[in-house]
Ligand binder design. Structure first.
Ligand SMILES: [Zn+2]
Length: 315
């Protein structure tokens, strides 16, 4: 059989994940630091080197590389392959033609879509959502990404933003100003960037063991909560509550059968998901039964699988 290889790239806010895929299997991976606040252009040389390293290390010939797919943390028109809008990550990307870059370097097929959308495709086709055609995914990371599969179709909407702005559902009408311009977005409370801002501004921060950690992120928060730090426990519970509220909103908006939660925080899914289920079941209006709430199965590989699936299928 002729060998066909694909590269899936997840352009995260903090890390860029690259995977070499053949026959729906990731053969090799690379994770490189992303300096998304410095823009995309600055990161392209390292990205090019990483792609080359993956191809060379796995003896992939030029003719065997059948496409490179990107998940991008912003609004994307997958038809024109244009990035439409960014939000504090890779803000120079609007002026970069990634398709031309890929064509010039590797002369292969190209695909780009919103990162959370591609993660949901990965979970739908190969992971936690394989048994359903009605699924909402929420990925918790630097920001909060969401995506919706409804009646077996990826929901995109008139302007390519349907389903993927769940991180900007407002949970507080007079709340914190978000990077998107809205007030009280879930992302402005319970994502990595906002968690750090909120904790550092808290009157009790100086007395908390979090004031001694190098980087305030969910890993640090959960570790300090394990150590009985009161502020960490408070914010951990608060984030869990906020994620639950957002999930109820997404259930009310999209009528899914399954909600998949992704992101690094799901390494702790056994302790995080039960309280979410409890709150969601208490508040969601679903007279037909209960939405199944699950952790991502593919974790950080979901976007890679989704990008490569979209390179091979018109969805
Ligand atoms: Zn927002």
């Amino acid at each position: 059989m002729k060998k066909e290889f694909f590269i899936g790239i997840d352009l995260g806010g903090t890390r860029i994940k690259l995977g070499l895929v053949s026959n729906n299997t990731i053969l090799d991976k690379k994770i490189i630091p992303a300096q998304s606040s410095k823009g995309l252009m600055a990161g392209l040389p390292l990205l090019e080197d990483s792609i080359e390293m993956l191809l060379t290390a796995n003896h992939v010939r030029d003719s065997e590389l059948k496409g490179i797919g990107f998940g991008f943390p912003g609004l994307v028109n997958h038809k024109t392959q244009k990035i439409l809008s960014t939000n504090a990550k890779y803000d120079d990307a609007l002026n970069i033609n990634l398709n031309s870059w890929v064509k010039a370097k590797w002369n292969t097929n190209f695909f780009i879509d919103n990162d959370a959308r591609l993660a949901s495709v990965g979970e739908w086709k190969f992971g936690a959502g394989k048994d359903t055609d009605n699924l909402v995914m929420m990925t918790i990371g630097t920001g909060i990404g969401t995506s919706v599969i409804m009646d077996g179709k990826l929901v995109r909407g008139k302007h390519f933003q349907a389903g993927c702005l769940g991180g900007h559902i407002s949970v507080m009408y007079d709340g914190r100003i978000c990077t998107c311009g809205n007030r009280g977005c879930i992302e402005a409370y319970a994502s990595t960037w906002s968690l750090k801002e909120r904790i550092e501004a808290d009157a009790l921060y100086k007395q908390s063991s979090l004031s001694n950690v190098e980087v305030i992120d969910f890993e640090a928060l959960f570790t300090e909560a394990d150590n009985n730090d009161a502020l960490s426990i408070q914010y951990k519970n608060d984030c869990n509550e906020l994620w639950s509220v957002a999930i109820v909103n997404l259930i009310h908006a999209y009528d899914p059968e399954v909600v998949v939660i992704g992101g690094g925080v799901m390494q702790r899914h056994e302790e995080l998901i039960p309280p979410i289920i409890e709150k969601v079941y208490q508040h969601a209006w679903t007279p037909w039964g209960k939405v199944d709430i699950r952790a991502s199965q593919l974790s950080s590989d979901a976007g890679i699988y989704g990008a490569v699936y979209c390179l091979q299928h018109d969805i």
